[in-house]
Design a protein. Structure first.
Length: 247
C-alpha cells in the first residue's frame, strides 16, 4: 500500500530521505520538523534521528511495489537537493522514478542552485515533475534556476506565501501552487496576493492550484477563492500520453 497523503495536490508521499535544515523564512515553522519530532517520540524507526537529515536507503524501491498508478510527492519530510544528500544517492532516487514509469513523481526543493548544477547529471523522464518553493519576492531567483533544468514539467510552490509576488516570469512554468501557512504560529496571507497570482497564471496560460488559506484551523478557513475551488493541473499537452490524467 502507498502512504496516502492529506496534501491536496498529491496522492501519496515517499521519503527516501528524512530531515532537513532551514534555509529561508518559509522554513521558520516547518510542518515536517514538527511531524518528525512527533514521530520520533512515537518510536517510528525512520525518525530515530528526529529532523536530522538521514538517508533511508531501505525506502528507495518502495514505489516499485505500488502497482496502482498515482501521483507521489517525493521527500515531503526533507529536500532531495539538500547539500548533505550525495549526488550518487540522488541518482538512485531518480533511477527508481525512471523505472516506476506508471507513477507521476513531484519533487520540490528550496535548493534551486544545486538543482540546476546537478540537472545535467540526472535522467529526466517525463513522469518526474520538478518544482521550487518561493515564499516571497526575495526568493524569486529560484524560478530562474528551475527554468534552466531539463525537467519536462516544472512547477512552483508559493507556500507559505509570505508576501506579494508581482510580475513573475512564468515562461517555461507549467503549474503554480499557492497556499497560506497553517499551524499554531501561522503568518497571515493577504487575499490580494493570491488573486494577483491567479490572474498572472491565467494571463500566462499556466495551470493554477489554490491549496489553502491556512491559519490555525486550515480546514475551517478552507480553500475557496472567489466562489470556487482551483484544482488545475499541468496542461495535457505537456504530458506523456500514456500517463493517466487527473480529474
Amino acid at each position: 500500500m502507498a502512504q496516502g497523503s492529506g496534501i491536496e495536490w498529491t496522492e501519496s508521499t515517499w521519503n527516501p530521505v528524512t530531515g532537513c535544515t532551514k534555509v529561508s523564512p518559509g522554513c521558520k515553522y516547518c510542518y515536517a520538523e514538527r511531524m518528525a519530532e512527533r514521530l520520533q517520540a512515537m518510536g517510528q524507526a525512520n525518525y530515530v534521528n528526529g529532523f536530522q537529515l538521514t538517508l533511508q536507503p531501505h525506502m528507495l524501491e518502495l514505489p516499485l511495489k505500488w502497482k496502482k498508478p498515482q501521483t507521489i510527492f517525493v521527500n515531503s519530510m526533507s529536500d532531495l537537493f539538500h547539500d548533505d544528500v550525495p549526488i550518487a544517492y540522488i541518482k538512485r532516487v531518480f533511477d527508481v522514478m525512471n523505472r516506476a514509469h506508471w507513477h507521476r513523481f513531484q519533487v520540490l526543493t528550496k535548493r534551486a542552485e544545486r538543482l540546476e548544477a546537478l540537472s545535467g547529471q540526472l535522467d529526466w523522464t517525463p513522469n518526474v515533475w520538478m518544482g521550487v518553493s518561493v515564499e516571497s519576492d526575495d526568493y524569486r531567483e529560484r524560478i530562474k534556476h528551475l527554468r534552466r533544468t531539463n525537467a519536462h514539467i516544472k512547477f512552483l510552490s508559493l507556500e507559505p506565501l509570505l508576501g506579494p509576488l508581482p510580475h513573475l516570469d512564468l515562461s517555461g512554468i507549467d503549474w503554480v501552487i499557492v497556499g497560506g501557512e497553517s499551524g499554531p504560529k501561522s503568518r497571515p496571507m493577504n487575499s490580494a496576493w493570491v488573486i494577483d497570482l491567479r490572474d498572472q497564471c491565467r494571463r500566462a496560460e499556466v495551470s493554477f492550484f489554490f491549496k489553502q488559506w491556512g491559519g490555525k484551523n486550515k480546514k475551517q478557513a478552507g480553500r475557496v477563492l472567489e466562489r470556487r475551488v482551483w484544482n488545475e493541473m499541468p496542461h495535457l499537452s505537456k504530458r506523456r500520453k500514456d500517463l493517466p490524467v487527473l480529474a
